[in-house]
Ligand binder design. Sequence first.
Ligand code: IPE
Ligand code: IPE
Ligand code: MG
Length: 260
Amino acid sequence: MPTPDPSSPAPAGAEPRIPCHVAVIMDGNGRWAERRRRPRAVGHRAGARAVNTCIDFCLERGIGALTLFAFSSENWGRPEDEVGALMKLFLNALDREVEELHRRGVRVRFIGQRDRFGPALVQRMAAAETTTRDNTRLNLTIAASYGGQWDIAQAARSLARDVAAGRLDPDAIDEAMLGSRVCLADLPPPDLFIRTGGEQRISNFLLWQLAYTELWFTDALWPELDAATLQRALDDFASRERRYGLTGAQVAGRPQETSE
Ligand code: IPE
Ligand code: IPE
Ligand code: MG
């Protein structure tokens, strides 16, 4: 994982700091539908529209990478009809949206245990990745059938294979090497994490990659997402001092008395 650059809050009058990479847990679709006495699948459909709001916002603000948690390893345990509705929705969304994303310069990729999906979805995912692979305006990653613990386990497995084959000395394994095998290793780690739906937890999202990410939570349910909510998250992010374990004076480049 690249070493983060400590940076202080923008001085008054300067351009606000924009996160390079935003990671989002899109939560609250089911409750949004239940409050309207509609089936949960209706909430997921409304949630798909909010995905476009979020992508538009990132494109407008020049945010270079967006990672969206669409379906967790644990979500496979939901009732069969809800999982089925979600699979149908993913398939339709891929058929409907990929051309337009490509036209807008978005590179689309997927992280997670892809072999758990059916062949039609696996084929659409691969096709979306191939079509958009040279785009550079926005790196959009969809985490689907993804778990942070699975991600760390697959990274460990890949190192173990190299050790077993005699290509790698176990003593050479450090944080940077493990970090180079987890998902998203080619992107800077997320600067800002956003979770809608009111819960304040990570729910097995990017456990490794979120080590120094700024966390932001809102009670707004995912289908209610609008640009004003995202702007509040960005404003809050711009006001924070990221210290990465250092002192405030170190980060600001100020001298500091450390002894009496
Ligand atoms: C997030 O919304 C979407 C997925 C997990 C697939 P939920 O479906 O978790 O909505 P709530 O949390 O039950 O309201
Ligand atoms: C996290 O939401 C997963 C996604 C949004 C895809 P959940 O609704 O599954 O999380 P919990 O169960 O509230 O922790
Ligand atoms: Mg939920």
